[in-house]
Design a protein around this ligand. Structure first.
Ligand code: IYR
Length: 223
C-alpha cells in the first residue's frame, strides 16, 4: 500500500520529540482529570455550533469497516425533554424498586442517585447517541455493520472528551431499558439507544461525589 495505490492518500503524520510528547500527554491528562459527571445543570442554553463541532469530533472515531454506525440526536425542545424525563423515570422507578439487586443499589449509594431525573428537563440539551445495529441501504435493505458496540463506545468517548474540552458539563445517563428513546425521537428501528448525555453548565453550588481514581499502578500492568 502506498500513496499511489488507488483508494489511498498520504498520511499527515506529525513526529514529535519525546519532550513534546510528554508535555502534550501530561497537559491532556491534567485537562481530562478535571472532567466529572455532573447531575446539576443550569437551564442556560449552549451554543449549537459547539455541540455540532463536538459531534463532528465524535464522528471521527474509528469504526468497524469504517461503517460509522452512529447517529447523534440533539434534543433541546422542552416538550420532547419532558417526554424523555417521564419515560426515563418510569423505567428508573422499576430499577430502584427491585430490578436492580441490593448489591447494585449499594454500589450506587456513594453517587447519591435515585429515580428522579430533573436534569432531563433542566439541562439545555440532551445528546442521544444511537448505535446503528445495521445500516439501511437502498429500499431499506439491511447492510451489515461490524463491532458496533466498540465503535459507538469509542465515538462516545470522543464526544465526552470534546464536550469537556469545550467547557461543557456532561452526564452519562443510561435509563435502561432505553427503547423508549427510539419511539419518542421517531428514529428508525436500526438505531438502538446507546447513551443519553445531558449537556450544559454545572450549577454554581454543584457538588460531586468525593471519588478517587484508581492510581496508575492499579490500572496499568507491564508484561
Ligand atoms: N440508571 C440508573 C441507575 C444507575 C446505574 C449505574 I451502573 C450508575 O453508574 C448510575 C446510575 C440511574 O441513572 O439512576
Amino acid at each position: 500500500m502506498s500513496a499511489s495505490t488507488p483508494g489511498f492518500v498520504p498520511l499527515e503524520f506529525q513526529r514529535l520529540s519525546s519532550d513534546e510528547m510528554l508535555a502534550r500527554a501530561e497537559r491532556f491528562d491534567a485537562q481530562i482529570q478535571r472532567r466529572r459527571t455532573v447531575r446539576h445543570f443550569t437551564d442556560e442554553p449552549v451554543p449549537m455550533e459547539v455541540l455540532d463541532a463536538c459531534i463532528r469530533s465524535a464522528g471521527s472515531a474509528p469504526s468497524g469497516a469504517h461503517k460509522q454506525p452512529w447517529t447523534f440526536v440533539i434534543v433541546t425542545d422542552p416538550e420532547v425533554k419532558s417526554k424523555i424525563r417521564e419515560a426515563a423515570e418510569e423505567e428508573e422507578r422499576e430499577n430502584y424498586s427491585g430490578r436492580m439487586n441490593p448489591e447494585w443499589i449499594g454500589a450506587l449509594e456513594p453517587l447519591g442517585t435515585d429515580d428522579e431525573k430533573p436534569f432531563l428537563e433542566i439541562a439545555p440539551a440532551l445528546i442521544v447517541v444511537m448505535r446503528q445495529a445495521w445500516g439501511l441501504g437502498e429500499n431499506g435493505r439491511r447492510r451489515q455493520h461490524y463491532y458496533t458496540q466498540e465503535s459507538v463506545g469509542i465515538a462516545s468517548g470522543f464526544l465526552l472528551t470534546a464536550l469537556h474540552l469545550a467547557g461543557l458539563a456532561t452526564l452519562t445517563h443510561t435509563p435502561s431499558p432505553m427503547g423508549f428513546l427510539t419511539r419518542i425521537l421517531g428514529r428508525p428501528q436500526n438505531e438502538k439507544p446507546f447513551l443519553l448525555i445531558p449537556v450544559g453548565y454545572a450549577t454554581e453550588d454543584c457538588a460531586v461525589p468525593d471519588l478517587a481514581r484508581k492510581p496508575l499502578d492499579e490500572i496499568r500492568v507491564r508484561v
